[in-house]
Design a protein around this ligand. Structure first.
Ligand SMILES: *Cc1c(COP(=O)(O)O)cnc(C)c1O
Length: 370
């Protein structure tokens, strides 16, 4: 028998979340970020939930190829662009759109032989200082691209660093970047793409022509704990669950796990769960990290081991060996353990937990509700 742990991927929840995000920005076309193997969910597993999307975004050509193999005929954007000139051949062959964020990428395009001209996204660095042309260089880059026979259309693009909250001392995290974008290329023709999940939810008026949604599409909240995923009307796409494989009766003063990091104040029942950091559960999640056992909210106790972690069974006297424990996601009994809460407890973000789901965890797509 395999270890009693599984991740369940609900493509229907993804479709629901995309519809919610569409309601926030009804005038914009919707691009869904599928990089990092669909944020750890598996491109093939979420694919049926993507039917309503207008375009998909990936980082690796390999991921674009898989999407074409699945039958996706729509637009696919390489969101970091080409890494070397040869990548342009894949763009022509697979009909990929690509980001252009530095001068060499324009040089490569100028030397590229293609029958069909390419759609490109010209990326302007409006303050994130990660990828993109400086605002002062944006017009010249646009003009060079516009003059190339290899280029058919240019969408203007930037990425927002603080759409999920305030910036430094400012109340608003995006105003300075919107202003920089407008100053850099406000009068240039073509569509614009600015908003990630946080911007679509918190600043829908700034969505532009193309939104690029990731995290919220997978059912996590970009501004947790200010808003929960439920506040935004989002449903979890990934649920990680495992069974209790042993129960310990721990006396007062007894300790649990490595380093005796947890000491029982009173006698208590502790469930040992078949999930550890080698499954992608964060080792740094301390005692008190929320978890659901048989649909009842409780907490972890002690340190997370490689293959196991411990939970407090005090609130769930009926739970025992074989009980299902929801580490994050839907518990199958109408309850949800938000991945955002686990991430917060571990000092990280839902992005990282989703992407870190280990390959060894058996994963299935949801056939019927858990
Ligand atoms: C991943 C990514 C997005 C999506 O971001 P979320 O915060 O997950 O919505 C948008 N734009 C770019 C350039 C990205 O790399």
């Amino acid at each position: 028998m395999p270890r009693p742990i599984e991740a369940v991927i609900d493509a229907g929840a993804l479709a629901h979340n995309l519809a919610r995000l569409r309601q926030r920005a009804p005038g914009a076309r919707q691009m869904v970020a599928l990089k990092a193997n669909a944020y750890g969910h598996g491109i093939e597993r979420v694919f049926t939930g993507l039917a309503g999307a207008d375009a998909l975004a990936v980082v690796d050509i390999d991921e674009a190829q898989r999407l074409r193999g699945l039958g996706w005929r729509g637009a696919i954007l390489l969101i970091e662009g080409c890494f070397e000139p040869r990548d342009l051949e894949a763009c022509s062959r697979l009909n990929l759109w690509h980001v252009v964020h530095r001068t060499e990428q324009i040089d490569w395009l100028a030397g590229h032989k293609t029958r069909e001209a390419h759609q490109v996204f010209l990326k302007v660095n409006t303050g994130m200082n990660r990828l993109g042309f400086a605002p002062a260089a944006a017009r010249a880059a646009w003009a060079r691209l516009a003059a190339l026979a290899q280029v058919d259309g240019i969408t203007l693009m930037t990425h927002l660093s603080d759409a999920d909250g305030p910036r430094l001392g400012a109340a608003d995290g995006i105003a300075h970047q919107l202003a920089a974008f407008d100053a850099a290329c406000g009068e240039l023709p073509g569509a614009a793409s600015l908003a990630n999940s946080a911007a679509v939810l918190r600043h829908p008026e700034a969505s532009g022509d193309w939104v690029r949604v990731g995290l919220a599409a997978y059912g996590a909240s970009p501004d947790h704990p200010l808003h929960t995923a439920a506040d935004w009307g989002l449903q979890p796409v990934m649920s990680l669950r495992a069974q209790v494989i042993a129960v310990q009766q721990v006396p007062a003063g007894g300790t649990v796990g490595y380093g005796s990091a947890f000491v029982a104040a009173a006698p208590m029942r502790v469930g040992i769960v078949a999930c550890g950091y080698a499954d992608g559960y964060p080792r740094v999640a301390p005692t008190g990290t929320p978890v659901r056992v048989s649909g009842v909210a409780t907490r972890t106790v002690g340190r997370v081991s490689m293959d196991m972690l411990a939970v407090d069974l005090t609130p769930c006297p009926d739970a025992g060996c074989g009980s299902w424990v929801t580490l994050w996601g839907a518990d199958g009994q109408g309850g949800v353990q938000p991945v955002d809460e686990v991430a917060a407890s571990a000092g990280t973000l839902a992005y990282e937990l989703m992407c870190a789901l280990a390959a060894r965890v058996p994963t299935r797509t949801q056939a019927k509700p858990l």
